[in-house]
Ligand binder design. Structure first.
Ligand code: KIV
Length: 294
């Protein structure tokens, strides 16, 4: 952790229309430590951990236990960034009681400072129960990956006027219910601009154009660590995959060529130890010559 003070939910809420909010995903101790050192406002322990870290097909494959493990690893870095944890699929789709219990586990066992859940108006009963337990909630609208089958794939949402009106209604409903921010994913820039004007809380965009109150990207996309498809909305700020492959190639070359480890990476024994081990070596040598001549 740096010397920066901890970012809080009220501070994020107060950033509406002000300095843009920065958010990245992080799923473990080193990535959280890097995000915090870079002064990122919010770390999202996203359920994208399913695809990005575990190589799964979709976010539908991660459960609460996995999210808790990753959230705890992130919190151990003691980041100054606010830590928001995704509620995984089916952890809030059964009953409001299940949802509040599961959100509570993310806070108590994972160290979440807020939770994020996908969906609009139909999530209100669940949302109210979680907020009633004093757990801050971030909403998520548009291309919501937990609805991949219902959407018929990962498609930009809200392109048609009716769909756009529905999303505006959903955003207003989340805002009234008391979320502290709303992620807008995979929607046209004009719709993101209207939603941002319509709600009192900050919007944080991913594939939603520049008009939102903040932006979020996946850590591995931003740093060029992935080996798969790169969506249009991603900007890659470093090519760490190429740098890592090159570093590992050089390591393998050094090991095979005897260049690693060298003096600097080696522990040396004391003079006494050297003498004692020379005696061991010489008596072993004597034993070998006796047994080979008999
Ligand atoms: O899980 C995730 O990474 C997310 C972001 C795309 C917002 O929900």
């Amino acid at each position: 952790m740096g010397t920066n003070p901890k970012v809080t939910v009220p501070q994020i809420r107060a950033r509406k229309g002000g300095e843009k909010i920065t958010m990245v995903t992080a799923y473990d101790h080193p990535s959280a430590s890097i995000a915090s050192a870079a002064g990122i406002d919010i770390i999202l322990v996203g359920d994208s951990v399913a695809n990005v870290v575990h190589g799964m097909e979709s976010t539908l494959e991660v459960d609460l236990e996995v999210m808790i493990v990753h959230a705890r690893a992130v919190q151990r870095a003691r980041p100054h960034s606010l830590v928001v944890v995704d509620m995984p699929w089916m952890s809030y789709h059964t009953t409001p009681e299940d949802a509040v219990r599961n959100a509570g586990r993310l806070v108590r066992e994972g160290g979440a400072e807020a939770v994020k859940l996908e969906g609009g108006e139909k999530r209100l009963p669940v949302l109210e129960r979680i907020l009633d337990a004093e757990i801050p909630v971030m909403g998520h609208l548009g291309l919501t990956p937990q609805s991949v089958h219902a959407m018929g794939g990962y498609r930009v949402q809200g392109r048609l006027p009716d769909e756009a009106r529905q999303l505006i209604g959903d955003a207003r409903a989340l805002d009234r219910a008391g979320v502290f921010a709303i992620v807008l994913e995979g929607i046209p820039d004009v719709l993101a601009r209207v939603i941002t004007q319509e709600v009192a809380v900050p919007t944080i965009g991913i594939g939603a154009g520049p008009a939102t109150d903040g932006q979020v990207l996946v850590f591995h996309d931003l740093l060029g660590l992935g080996d798969g498809h790169r969506p249009k909305f991603v900007r890659t700020y470093a090519d760490l995959r190429s740098a890592a492959i090159e570093a590992l190639r050089r390591y393998a070359e050094d090991v095979k060529g005897g260049g690693f480890p060298g003096e600097a990476e080696t522990y040396h024994g004391s003079a006494d130890l050297v003498v004692a081990l020379e005696e061991v070596e010489s008596s072993a040598g004597k034993l070998r010559s006796v047994s080979s001549s008999s």
